[in-house]
Design a protein around this ligand. Structure first.
Ligand SMILES: [Zn+2]
Length: 241
């Protein structure tokens, strides 16, 4: 069993940039780009804060998910958006080569290296979600996504949820909400490559009312998540997680 835990952070939806050669495709898409459909507002700020506080590597990307969706597998229908799905095969390959693979490969290589050094990797993908989707209010402040078939991921998320409940009892923390951790995504891809005792793939989902809300909300959720993640990692190093 791996002796040491190594935290690794990623942020797939950190920005809504469209590189100049592709801007012609997004002439009518300004509102979509600025909305949650184009990126995860507040996610990169939070990820950078966590990386600094916990002194851990962060792999982030700032091109819009509407250009190419870094959190979907090759062949997934949502890999390209309505703005890019009509591109030619070679244009799509260009997008994959310049934006998709560099981000995903850097993370996969880092996980590989840490595991080769005998470390257990805890990968936390930092995301945010819109408080209201299609008129429905989302019923959570924080979501912790994992694969329920991976016992260590479940244990880790339960412990994190417990720490949050102690430090901030009113916060609504839900597991595998608003999405299922086992659905298609980067962590799901990496789980297929690395064994469950060596790789834990967790996605943190933060309500944008906090992550991209008033400065006071942003700061308090950042501090809370840094403190509780540090606490759960300290516990994880000393246990058989
Ligand atoms: Zn996201």
């Amino acid at each position: 069993m791996a002796e040491k835990c190594r935290l690794l952070l990623s942020c797939e939806h950190g920005g809504n940039q469209i590189p100049p050669p592709y801007r012609r495709l997004f002439g009518q898409a300004r509102l979509a780009l600025e909305s949650h459909r184009g990126w995860d507002p507040g996610a990169l700020d939070l990820a950078q804060y966590l990386a600094k506080q916990l002194d851990t590597p962060l792999f982030s990307a700032t091109v819009s998910r509407l250009l190419v969706e870094l959190n979907r597998s090759l062949g997934h229908p949502a890999l390209f958006s309505r703005y890019t799905s009509d591109l030619t095969r070679s244009e799509k390959e260009h997008l994959l080569k310049h934006y998709y693979f560099p981000h995903r490969n850097r993370i996969e290589d880092a996980v590989n290296d840490y595991i080769a050094q005998g470390q257990q990797v805890i990968h936390v993908g930092v995301h945010t979600f819109t408080p209201i989707l299609d008129g429905q209010r989302r019923d959570a402040d924080l979501g912790l996504l994992y694969d329920p078939r991976r016992a260590r991921e479940l244990t880790f998320c339960r412990a994190w949820q417990k720490h949050i409940a102690v430090q901030a009892p009113p916060l609504r923390v839900r597991r595998n909400y608003p999405y299922r951790g086992a659905a298609d995504g980067l962590t799901t891809y990496l789980r297929r490559r690395f064994p469950p005792d060596a790789y834990l793939g967790i996605e943190l989902e933060v309500n944008q009312a906090w992550a991209a809300g008033p400065a006071m909300n942003r700061r308090s959720i950042q501090r809370l998540l840094a403190a509780t993640l540090a606490a759960v990692l300290t516990g994880a190093s000393g246990s058989s997680l």
